[in-house]
Structure formats: structure tokens, C-alpha cells
Write a protein that binds this ligand. Structure first.
Ligand SMILES: Cc1cc2nc3c(=O)[nH]c(=O)nc-3n(C[C@H](O)[C@H](O)[C@H](O)COP(=O)(O)OP(=O)(O)OC[C@H]3O[C@@H](n4cnc5c(N)ncnc54)[C@H](O)[C@@H]3O)c2cc1C
Length: 408
């Protein structure tokens, strides 16, 4: 099925389910209000490695935390296009806010796409929309690094009760979140790759801090380590196996939202470089400064980055309801390569912006400083390490064919 046919199929599926989606201009305004709050505190958030409380409070006031939830559960049913645009806009204002928003929306997407039909998960969707709950993510565990498809901690079962104790090396905004979506081994006797996904809320778990978050960048994500102890009901386990959720939703939505947030950071650096070059040219009677070529390079890599994200967005949106297409080697390779390439392009863009600005970009205290952007964006290639992703998809890349035309 090509992209056009898939779009038509989605349109029919959409018409039969729900008619309304949020008004675009209202979404733009609501996002702008959050971006303004985020920009105002971005420097403090970075300096003090503190949670961007004002930005997230504003996101709650603007009801953006539940904007993706279908209307029948109290949300606005925002599309992946809306969500990624929000990540980009927030990325231009404050990287940490954008990344927190991106991670939260990825968890919400799992809830929507894989929780429908389960009373517990539907009730949680209603709560996210009405109470504007903030959901965090727990995938990294022990010494396992970014190997998400392997879990050590297992769900323990006693009748309908379950429990989980997890050495969570990193949970961004774990202390501030109202709930966590976590992976775990299905049972004590299950293989590490036989995983389930659980949605748990604050009253079901405790977090004991095991590691701090004194990092180069993305300091406001407050991604500390915790021992997570949970007790709850089997109903909190998603009905579908994690392997399927991972391929169909977790990876595509995470990679699209993260890439959009990184593109936002890159765009903010390009904007500063543009202001610098304009000022320098004005000061030299119209003569372009020598760093101008780096500004052009920054614009060029930003254009590539945006094109790559939008191409993957179109493909994902076109096949959103087509499990087979989402599981295909081509789609999986492409959505994984998006993460790798977007993270490299974002770093390259900010680096070029820095070189365009020279010392004015390097210093931390001027209008053209891009130091914060560079430190933040350097998290991109290591957030699920690009080397790991490239190794993992090597076989799949070999098996998928070379395209026969430019568009297929
Ligand atoms: C800003 C930020 C926020 C985060 N938030 C969260 C969160 O909320 N929840 C969460 O669970 N996790 C979070 N993480 C962690 C993230 O999901 C990854 O688990 C983590 O970045 C991987 O860390 P690592 O590089 O130490 O581990 P690894 O992935 O193990 O990598 C370690 C080293 O080994 C190399 N390597 C690993 N595998 C291979 C391979 N197959 N081939 C070649 N080289 C390889 C890598 O290149 C790297 O140099 C966050 C990370 C960042 C940066």
C-alpha cells in the first residue's frame, strides 16, 4: 500500500471513529504560551539543573498534557503532526521542557494506541486529560544501558496482585511525575526479552533516589536514578506484549518527538547565529563576516533535519493504523535511522551556529551564546546510543531493498 492509499484508509477510519480534532490556531496559541513560560526560565533551569516547573504548570493550564487523548476520554485528539510541532516549538524555547513534553507524549501515545479496551488504561487516559497527569518513562535499568528490549526486573504475581522492584538508572522528572510507564520482564521465569509494559501512578509506587543528575546538558530533565518499588494490580499491565508496543508506537513516536525537540534546539541556535551575522554585517557596512559560511551550513543542515523528520512523519501518519506496514523492515529501519541521523544533524547544526558566531557564540553571557544549546543537543546521539541502534539494525538494513524510485 502506498502513502496515498494509506492516507485514504486512515481518513475513512478517522471519519468512522471521531469527527473532531483541535483547532490549529488554538493549538498554536496554547503552545506559544507554554513556550513563553519555558523561554523565561530556560537559563535558570539549566544553571540550577531544576525542573521547568513554570513551563509544565503552563502546559497543564493550557491542557496540553492530555491534548493527544481521544475526545471520548476527555482530550482533544491532537495528531502526531500537532504533537511534533509542539516539541519543535518548545525545543526553540527550552530543551529540557521540550524533552519532558516529548517523553510524556510518547507514553500517552502508548496508552491511547495500546490501552483502548482495557478499563484501567481507559480510566488512566481520562485522568491524564482531566487531571493533566505528567507521565515519565522507565526503560533504562542497571548496567543495561539503552538495551530496551531486555529487562532484568520481573513482575512478581500473587493472585490478582503484582509487584515490581526495579533498579531504574535514569528516570527523567521521576520525582515530579504523577505516573510512570515502565517495562519489565513478564514473570520470574520469563526470558529478558519477554517483556510487558505497565502504567503505574504515584499512589502505587515509591522512588528512592540512587543517582543524581549533574550533567553537561538537558539538566532540567532531572533524570536521576531511582529504586522503583511498585505494588498494584495485573490490570495495570498493557494487554499487548511490549515487543509489539515497542515497534508500533514507542519507537516511532519517541523518535519523531525527540527529533522534533532536537530540531527546535537547532533552530534556536540558527536564529542566534542569524542575529549575530546580521549585526556583524550591519557593523561592517554590509560586508559579510568570515563566519557567514558557517551560518549557511547551519541553515542547510537544519533544512535537511526538518525534511527528514517530515518525511518520516508523513510515512508514520499514513500507516498509523496499519500494523503490518509499521512492522515492516523498511519502516523500522527508517524510523531508527531517523533517530540516528536527526541527532547527528542537530549537533552539526548547533556546531555550525557556534562557529558562525565565534567567540560571541562560545561565551555564556551574551545575546548570541549557543553554549546551552550545544550542551543540550549533545545528549541526542547518546540518548539510546546511535552506535547501539546502528548495530541493531545492521541485519534489517541489509535485508530491505534499495528503492527503485525517489518516491515509493
Ligand atoms: C537526557 C536524557 C534523558 C533520559 N531519560 C530517560 C528516562 O526518562 N528513562 C529512561 O529509562 N532512560 C532515560 N535515558 C537513558 C537512555 O534511554 C539510554 O538508556 C541511555 O542514554 C544509554 O546510556 P549509555 O550510553 O550509558 O548506555 P549504552 O547504550 O549501553 O551505551 C554505552 C556505550 O556502549 C556503546 N554501545 C552500546 N551498545 C553498542 C553496540 N551494540 N554496538 C556498539 N557500541 C555499543 C555505546 O556507543 C556507548 O559508548 C535518558 C538519557 C538522556 C541522555
Amino acid at each position: 500500500m502506498n502513502v496515498q492509499e494509506a492516507r485514504l484508509r486512515n481518513a475513512v477510519a478517522d471519519k468512522t471513529s471521531e469527527q473532531f480534532a483541535p483547532d490549529r490556531s488554538s493549538v498554536v496559541q496554547r503552545t506559544a504560551a507554554v513556550a513563553a513560560a519555558a523561554a523565561e526560565e530556560a537559563e535558570d533551569v539549566d544553571r540550577d539543573a531544576r525542573f521547568p516547573q513554570k513551563a509544565i504548570d503552563t502546559a497543564r493550564e493550557q491542557r496540553l498534557l492530555g491534548i493527544q487523548i481521544p475526545q471520548q476520554f476527555g482530550g482533544d485528539r491532537a495528531s502526531i503532526f500537532d504533537i511534533t510541532d509542539m516539541c519543535y516549538t518548545l525545543g526553540r524555547a527550552c530543551s529540557s521542557t521540550a524533552m519532558i513534553f516529548a517523553m510524556h507524549q510518547t507514553k500517552v501515545a502508548c496508552l491511547i494506541r495500546h490501552g483502548a479496551g482495557s478499563d484501567y488504561h481507559e480510566a488512566l487516559m481520562r485522568r491524564v486529560a482531566s487531571e493533566q497527569l505528567l507521565l515519565a518513562s522507565s526503560t533504562t535499568e542497571g548496567q543495561n544501558g539503552g538495551n530496551i528490549r531486555f529487562s532484568a526486573a520481573a513482575v512478581e504475581r500473587t493472585d490478582a496482585e503484582i509487584s515490581l522492584v526495579r533498579n531504574a538508572t535514569v528516570i527523567s522528572y521521576g520525582a515530579q511525575a504523577d505516573g510512570i510507564v515502565t517495562i519489565a520482564r513478564r514473570a520470574n521465569d520469563a526470558a529478558g526479552s519477554d517483556q510487558v509494559l505497565l502504567a503505574i501512578t504515584k499512589n502505587d509506587y515509591t522512588l528512592e533516589r540512587s543517582l543524581g543528575w549533574e550533567t553537561l546538558g538537558m539538566r532540567g530533565t532531572c533524570s536521576a536514578g531511582f529504586e522503583l518499588k511498585f505494588k498494584g494490580s495485573t490490570k495495570q499491565i498493557f494487554p499487548e506484549a511490549y515487543g509489539k508496543i515497542h515497534a508500533q508506537t514507542m519507537t516511532p513516536v519517541a523518535h519523531l518527538c525527540w527529533s522534533s525537540a532536537w530540531a527546535g534546539i537547532a533552530a534556536a541556535a540558527v536564529e542566534r547565529a542569524q542575529l549575530f551575522i546580521r549585526k556583524a554585517a550591519r557593523g561592517a557596512g554590509g560586508q559579510m563576516p568570515p563566519g557567514a559560511a558557517h551560518f549557511t551550513a547551519a541553515k542547510m543542515t537544519l533544512a535537511k533535519l526538518r525534511a527528514m523528520i517530515t518525511a518520516n512523519l508523513d510515512t508514520y501518519a499514513a500507516h498509523e493504523h496499519d500494523e503490518r506496514a509499521l512492522s515492516s523492515l523498511d519502516f523500522q529501519s527508517s524510523i531508527n535511522l531517523l533517530k540516528v541521523e536527526a541527532s547527528e544533524l542537530a549537533v552539526a547544526t548547533v556546531m555550525s551556529a557556534m562557529r558562525a558566531c565565534g567567540l560571541s557564540g562560545y561565551r555564556n553571557d551574551g545575546d548570541f551564546s549557543v553554549g546551552r544549546h550545544l550542551r543540550d543537543v549533545l545528549s541526542a546521539p547518546i540518548m539510546i546510543n546511535n552506535d547501539r541502534i546502528l548495530t541493531n539494525i545492521a541485519t534489517a538494513s541489509l535485508m530491505s531493498g534499495v528503492p527503485a524510485s525517489l518516491r515509493d
